[in-house]
Design a protein around this ligand. Structure first.
Ligand code: SF4
Length: 234
């Protein structure tokens, strides 16, 4: 991924954004209605074992920090590493607990303890709207995450609820891509001004060191600037 030049990545993200904006909301609403997903409160979606990390838009990071400054951490899998071994990532993620399933910092007794204030991705989940490969590797639009792996299906949903879910999902995905484009544009400029470049070998070496327990330096893109962190593997 990081071997692709940054300008090409920006162009690809802008292309994805225009396709996303052109995706008909009524089509997404019809899929949501047909699937008829209903949460059965299993809480698996709030664990990294099931879902990976919870990436935060900047507005969500603001809210998370207001609720509890300890609740966020640099998102894993940084996009870049420069020749000095510093990583760069496009935003924050919710911190995970050190339990077996790496549950979300806000999950308590299988319930979200800040449910009314939960974040953008938590509100739209399990709906999504981006291109992903399926089990056969075929890349196409995916609209439901973890289909048939959690929850109940084919429940009755009103047209208004489906339409609202479709609108919120599309808005969330647009905001995600815009945050990624801003990050890439910032890094392109920052690397050029500071004579930095991405070096994959150093990325791999530092990641191995991180896995062994060494500290790494991570710059997190947030509100149009970089915030510095020193991070160790949990
Ligand atoms: S904030 Fe709440 S809804 Fe979102 S992942 Fe954490 S526990 Fe789940």
């Amino acid at each position: 991924m990081s071997l692709i030049p940054i300008p090409s990545r920006i162009a690809a993200a802008e292309h994805e954004l225009s396709d996303l904006l052109a995706y008909p909301q009524e089509q997404l609403a019809a899929i949501i209605k047909e699937v008829g997903f209903h949460c059965d409160l299993c809480s698996r979606c709030c664990t990294r074992a099931f879902n990976g990390h919870v990436f935060l838009l900047d507005c969500d990071t603001d809210r998370a920090r207001e609720i509890d400054p300890e609740s966020v951490e640099p998102a894993p899998y940084p996009e870049f590493c420069d020749q000095k071994g510093t990583f760069y990532v496009s935003g924050y993620a919710l911190r995970a607990k050190d339990d077996d399933c790496r549950s979300c910092y806000f999950l308590e007794n299988n319930r979200c303890r800040i449910y009314d204030q939960r974040f953008s991705i938590c509100r739209v989940y399990p709906y999504m709207l981006h291109r992903e490969p399926d089990e056969q590797g075929k890349i196409d639009w995916r609209q439901i995450s973890g289909l048939d792996q959690h929850g109940e299906y084919h429940t009755e949903m009103t047209a208004d609820i489906c339409q609202d879910a479709a609108r919120e999902t599309q808005e969330y995905e647009v905001a995600c891509i815009r945050q990624e484009i801003s990050f890439l544009e910032y890094i392109l400029d920052y690397f050029s001004k500071n004579r930095l470049r991405h070096v994959q070998k150093i990325y791999d070496d530092r990641m191995r060191a991180f896995a062994r327990g060494e500290e790494i330096r991570v710059m997190v893109f947030y509100q149009g600037r970089l915030e510095e962190h020193r991070v160790r593997s949990p």
